[in-house]
Write a protein that binds this ligand. Structure first.
Ligand code: SF4
Length: 630
């Protein structure tokens, strides 16, 4: 039996595996999940020996067909094509697209590969579509971005939890044990969500803001806190800057105005702000609903303004946090696969950060590229003047998991070289010139970082099928062919992790005190952990924030309506949903289904209408619903 973690979401439930044909069991020793799994975890094993697995490299021939190739032939071909593009159009014509599903080791080595082996600035990942707003908001407010700045077990100790835009009863069911415990202890759960979700039905109070008005509601709550004398003035004076401007900015956000714009009754606003301000412990947790908007960063800042003004952040079982999505959505955004980032959450634009990482990598700081294009810019500019001409995609089905899919598909078709590392054929491999088959989660060692910042061990539980290689092996082999083998000496995950930990030393996400042995011994350690002999950091901001002066920042948030309103034609149809709002499928099967592999057996049957997130009473018999995918 091998103890590892579910690959699918950032809750990272502990699981125990015996073999590819044995049932998965939850691991009671896992501190966050305590033995629970959801249907995604239970069915994860089905994909390991699935007959559709890619088992050998594929290279597109002159007739346009993908043909089986040897590893040497495929890697030689890919290295030649990358070299040709670089020689003809410069290193910035090479692009790398990563994933929040990659282990920390892969995310780190991919960032190093882009900057050192390819020498391109253009690397980004699918977390750009997911967590970027929450990350940017937390960095601005607190100087640091970690999903939860406290252990998930603190949820159970909070007197009030305001859960905003997350249907975690369906998307992350094992976390509900902490909400259940919180309510059993007499705590209050308030859910803010336009839909009456399974999670909202469990709350004592359900706020239903009009989609896109979340910041108006948060500003209105802060307005009430000001006029009703609920602020923590001492905390604001000692631990923050910027509140005077925020106080002025919320002066006009009266309950009547909020009710008119957002549709939330004034009495519910009053109940909510008092529930957040009056008991000893209160927290606000957000999900992708309010974050994945054109104004997502502003909305997160409205949340942090509120919780800072109430003096909650850094206090016991209190503060603001965000429920990270992808399996390694947290660690995947810390170690260098973002366009503006170097390992340890360092900035690629900061001279000191550049010098530190360049020295560790054995290159001159001047040789390190600067910030590159974001994920969407890189994809849609592909094949155009100034865009990338060759793209390496690792662990992401970008052809369907990006906005403006038709535009992205056209861009992929313009590339001189599209290479994809994946375990299954998918929409992106169909457009690829070269496809390289890789190991899956239970077939490899590594680490991931959960939504509470806990660095966990992924352990190899089964042998991979013959013919596949790990992403780390492939990157090292490519680097060698590109003349950079010296800087990529080992594909062994533990050695890569040791390098990552050393390079991260002194960075905001400092892993220097971590090793596989220590993570094994402690069952996971929360970062920052700079000292092998010192503790990890399960709770952040208890004494100071991560800005140089130790103070948190408040910033006025100007409310803007939704960037896109439905057209007359769209409004004339009976159902209107927003992109990404198919909660049933996302909840139960999407991680092993639509944008992933489409091969896992659904264990549940959708009631009529639920795939669109509407109830049967909202479906017009015989009517036609339009799913607008922009
Ligand atoms: Fe746990 Fe998330 Fe996996 Fe479900 S998908 S078993 S909640 S880690």
């Amino acid at each position: 039996m091998t103890a590892t973690h579910c690959p699918y979401c950032a809750f990272q439930c502990g699981m125990v595996l015996a073999g590819p044909h044995d049932p998965v069991a939850g691991d009671p020793a896992s501190p966050a999940s305590r033995g629970r799994l959801c249907v995604k975890g239970w069915t994860s094993i089905e994909l390991l020996d699935h007959p559709d697995r890619l088992l050998h490299p594929l290279v597109r021939d002159g007739a346009g067909r993908l043909r089986r190739a040897s590893w040497d032939a495929a890697l030689d071909e890919l290295a030649d094509r990358l070299d040709q593009v670089r020689a003809g159009a410069g290193p910035a014509a090479l692009g790398v697209f990563g994933s929040g599903a990659l282990t920390n080791e892969k995310a780190y080595l991919l960032g190093k590969f882009a900057r050192v082996a390819l020498r391109t600035p253009n690397i980004d990942y699918n977390g750009r579509y997911c967590m970027a707003s929450a990350a940017a908001g937390q960095n601005r407010a607190f100087g640091l971005d970690r999903g939860l700045p406290f252990p998930v077990s603190d949820i159970a100790k909070a007197d009030t939890v305001l859960l905003w835009g997350s249907n975690c009863a369906e998307t992350m069911p094992p976390i509900m044990q902490w909400f259940n415990e919180q309510q059993a202890r007499g705590g209050t759960l308030i859910v803010a969500d336009p839909r009456r979700t399974a999670t909202a039905r469990r709350a004592q109070l359900h706020l239903q803001p009009v989609p896109g008005t979340d910041a108006a509601v948060a500003n209105g709550l802060l307005h009430l806190a000001v006029v009703e004398g609920l602020l923590d003035e001492q905390y604001l004076a000692e631990r923050t800057t910027g509140f005077d401007a925020v106080r002025r900015s919320v002066a006009t956000w009266t309950p009547a105005r909020v009710e008119r714009i957002a549709g939330v009754p004034a009495a519910d606003l009053e109940t909510t702000v008092r529930a957040l301000a009056e008991p000893p412990a209160a927290m606000l947790l957000s999900g992708r609903g309010p974050e994945q908007q054109t104004k997502g960063v502003d909305t997160v800042l409205a949340f942090t303004n509120l919780m800072l003004a109430l003096g909650r952040v850094g206090r016991p079982a209190s503060g603001y946090g965000t429920l990270t999505g992808q399996g390694n959505g947290q660690g995947g955004r810390e170690h260098g696969q973002k366009a503006d980032q170097l390992p340890g959450y360092r900035s690629i634009a900061d001279p000191a950060d550049r010098a530190r990482v360049a020295a560790a990598w054995g290159v001159s700081p001047d040789a390190l590229p600067g910030p590159g294009m974001s994920a969407y810019e890189m994809l849609t500019s592909a094949g155009t003047a100034g865009g990338v001409r060759a793209l390496l995609v690792v662990g992401s089905n970008v052809a369907v998991a990006s906005p403006a899919t038709r535009r992205v598909a056209a861009a992929l078709g313009r590339l001189d070289c599209l290479a994809v590392l994946d375990a299954f054929p998918n929409d992106t491999t169909e457009a690829a010139h070269i496809v390289l088959p890789v190991t899956q989660w239970a077939e490899e060692d590594g680490t991931t970082t959960s939504l509470e910042g806990r660095v966990l061990r992924r352990r190899r539980a089964v042998n991979p099928p013959a013919g596949v290689r790990s992403d780390l092996e492939i990157l090292c082999e490519l680097a060698r062919r590109l003349g950079r083998g010296e800087q990529f000496p080992s594909a062994d995950p533990e050695r890569v992790f040791s390098e990552l930990a050393a390079v991260s030393a002194g960075g905001r996400a400092d892993y220097a005190g971590l090793s596989y042995d220590r993570i094994d011994a402690e069952g996971g350690v929360c970062w920052p952990c700079p000292d092998p002999a010192g503790p990890g950091s399960p709770r952040l901001f208890t004494e100071r924030f991560a800005h140089p002066d130790g103070r948190a920042r408040l910033a006025p948030v100007t409310y803007r309506p939704a960037a896109e309103e439905p057209s007359e034609r769209e409004l004339s149809h009976p159902a209107r949903i927003r992109e990404g709002s198919c909660p049933f499928w996302r909840a139960q099967v999407m991680y092993t289904w639509d944008t992933s592999t489409r091969r896992c057996t659904p264990r549940v049957t959708a009631p009529k209408g639920s795939a669109l997130g509407v109830t049967t009473t909202e479906v017009v018999p015989g009517g036609v619903g339009w799913v607008i995918h922009r």
